[in-house]
Design a binder for this molecule. Structure first.
Ligand code: NAP
Length: 286
C-alpha cells in the first residue's frame, strides 16, 4: 500500500503482541476494500487507560485489545455493547463521539465460524473442555443459541463451578453441569459436540492433549478446537483418527477480525471475501 497524508490507523493493543496475526486479517481487508488505512501492533504492558486516551487523541479509528487487557479495557470505554457486558470482556474499540465503544467480537466470531463450518448449537448436548475466560464466554454463547445441555470439564473444578453458577443465572435454568476431567465416563451412552477451550496443545507444546484416552473421542461426534496454532492440534488428530468431524480455531480468529472490521467501516463482509482472508491466515501459519 501507499502510505500518504490521508492514511488512517487501526491497531491492536496487547502484551505480548509480537505473535499477533491480526495485521494479516485487517491489512488484507483494507486491500480488498481499497481503504486507505494501515493496521499495526501496539505493545502496551501497563498504563492501558493512557494508551486508549492517547489513541483517541491521535485520531485512531478503531482498535483491537488482546491479552491481558480484555476485561480491564472496558473501564476505559465510554460505552459498552450489551453482549460484551454480559460476557465481561471485550476485544474491539470503535471510535464514537468523545471516546470508544467496546464490543466483544470473539464470541460472535465463534458463532460465525460455527455457521461457516455447519456446526449447529441449538438442541445440542455439548462438552466444553476448560474453564478459563474463553470457556465462560463459549458457555454464554451456548446458552444464547439454545444448547440443550452443557458439561464443563476442567482440571480445577472450582473454576468450572463458578462458570456453571454464572451461566445458569444467565440462562435461567440448570443448563451447565460440571465434571472432573477424569469423570467423562459418566457421559457414555450418547455423542456430543465437544469444544476444546483450554490452552493445552498450543505451539510449541503441539503433542499435548488434555484427555489422552482414545475412548473419550468415541463420545464426540464433532470436535472444535479453539487453539489455532498449530493448525492441526493433537486433539484434532485424535478426532480424525476416529473419523469424527473436526474443526480448527483459525476461523474463530478470522471472524472476530472480520466482525471488528465491519464495525469500524459499518459494512457487511461476505463469506467469499472472508475465506480469501482465511487463506492468507493459513499461509502465515505454515
Ligand atoms: P485461560 O483463561 O488461561 O484458561 C486456560 C484453560 O486451560 C483453563 O481451563 C486451564 O485449566 C486449562 N489448562 C491450561 N493448562 C492446562 C494443563 N496443563 N492441564 C489441564 N488444563 C490446563 O485461557 P483462555 O483465555 O480461556 O484461552 C484458552 C485458549 O483459547 C487459548 O490458549 C487460545 O488457544 C484459545 N483462544 C482462541 C481464540 C481464537 O480466536 N481461536 C481466541 C481466544 C482464545 P485450569 O483452570 O485448571 O488452570
Amino acid at each position: 500500500m501507499q502510505i500518504n497524508g490521508s492514511t488512517k490507523t487501526l491497531g491492536v493493543i496487547g502484551c505480548p503482541i509480537e505473535h499477533t496475526r491480526s495485521p494479516i486479517i485487517h491489512n488484507e481487508l483494507a486491500k480488498v476494500f481499497s481503504h486507505n488505512v494501515v493496521y499495526v501492533p501496539f505493545h502496551v504492558p501497563t498504563n492501558l487507560g493512557d494508551a486508549i486516551q492517547g489513541a483517541y487523541a491521535l485520531g485512531i479509528e478503531g482498535m483491537n485489545v488482546t491479552i491481558p487487557h480484555k476485561t480491564e479495557m472496558m473501564q476505559y470505554a465510554i460505552e459498552i455493547d450489551e453482549f460484551a457486558s454480559v460476557i465481561g470482556a471485550a476485544n474491539t474499540l470503535v471510535r464514537v463521539e468523545g471516546g470508544y465503544k467496546a464490543y466483544n467480537t470473539d464470541i460472535p466470531g465463534l458463532k460465525r465460524a460455527f455457521d461457516s463450518d455447519g456446526v449447529v448449537v441449538e438442541g445440542e448436548e455439548v462438552i466444553v473442555l476448560g474453564a478459563g475466560g474463553v470457556s465462560r464466554a463459549v458457555c454464554i454463547l451456548l446458552a444464547k443459541y439454545g444448547a440443550k445441555r452443557v458439561y464443563v470439564l476442567n482440571r480445577t473444578i472450582d473454576k468450572a463451578l463458578d462458570i456453571a453458577k454464572e451461566v445458569n443465572r444467565y440462562a435461567q435454568k440448570e443448563l451447565v453441569q460440571v465434571l472432573k476431567l477424569e469423570d467423562y465416563k459418566e457421559l457414555e451412552g450418547k455423542t456430543y459436540l465437544c469444544i476444546q477451550a483450554t490452552s493445552v496443545g498450543m505451539y510449541p507444546h503441539v503433542e499435548d492433549v488434555l484427555i489422552s484416552d482414545d475412548a473419550f473421542y468415541d463420545l464426540v461426534h464433532t470436535g472444535y478446537d479453539l487453539v489455532y496454532n498449530p493448525y492441526e492440534t493433537a486433539f484434532i488428530k485424535k478426532l480424525i483418527g476416529k473419523q469424527k468431524r473436526a474443526f480448527h480455531g483459525l476461523k474463530m480468529l478470522l471472524y472476530q477480525g472480520v466482525i471488528a472490521y465491519e464495525y469500524w467501516y459499518n459494512i457487511q463482509i461476505d463469506e467469499k471475501t472472508s475465506l480469501k482472508v482465511y487463506e492468507r491466515l493459513k499461509e502465515a501459519l505454515e
